[in-house]
Design a protein around this ligand. Sequence first.
Ligand code: R5P
Length: 301
Amino acid sequence: MGDGRFRVFAGSAAPALSTALAKALDAPLGRFELRRFPDGEAQAEVTESLAGLDAVLVQSFTAPAAERLLELLLLAEGCRRASAARVLAVTPYMAYARQDRAAREGQAVGGPLFAALVSSGRFDRLVAADLHAEAGEGWFTVPLTQVSAIDLLATAVRPFLPRDAVAVSPDLGGAKRADRFARALGLPLAIVHKTRQDGRSVVVHRVLGDVRGRPIVLVDDMIATGGTIEAAVGALREAGCAANVCVATTHAVLAEDAVRKLANCGLSRLFCTDSVPVPASLPFEVTVASLTPLLAAALGR
Ligand code: R5P
């Protein structure tokens, strides 16, 4: 891969992932400046010629996602003006993807709108990981490669897997993802049936499958407030699961008091990827599996 055709540009929310990806691609980090005008407006300037090179822009849509997006778009524009042969975006965590339908009349559907804004960067390719729902692929009008971290997470979990463990999806929507994880590790699958009340609270209706006396590995695409995991663990404990609970997730967004909620759940270990930066110190064990090899392979194809 180190044929010198890439320059990797580190978005403000993805410094570590950008460095890792640059190393994997055997490419230098691209030179640019991001300035703020006194009124708060951002300006990006690529300070080297990219003639004949492919610019790889790495960004994570952590809060504030709209600012991160604008930065990415400004950078894409700068790369094009610096004569990049192709402009590629690596945005493993796609924010707003959960907004895929209107719950009420008048409620905006943010997912396709955010995807349209990302697509306005006219990227030659966009690489994302585990979109909230596969159907979200259709929202983008630029070529999208979606990588899945499920096998990566299964590999990370394997050495820690307790005997008799059950893989659990914390909701019906994630059942397919959890099933893939369960099959990779030869585990039985259980599903928690939940409904979401609002952005912070969820209600669990029942647990489908037998978890009595068994350690649990919860599998989810993302943890935002931790409310889903908290509610699922509560229901699983009521259903008699063993004390050992761990969670495998692609995007550990960990908003608000998610860390406290996870710690209160008695989580033994969190398995996640580096799609978003993970805090250096957490009150439970953490294994971070890097997406870098998958992302580098997606770019090299
Ligand atoms: C929901 O459908 C998703 O797959 C996640 O379970 C959910 O978005 C996690 O959010 P929170 O941690 O805020 O419950």
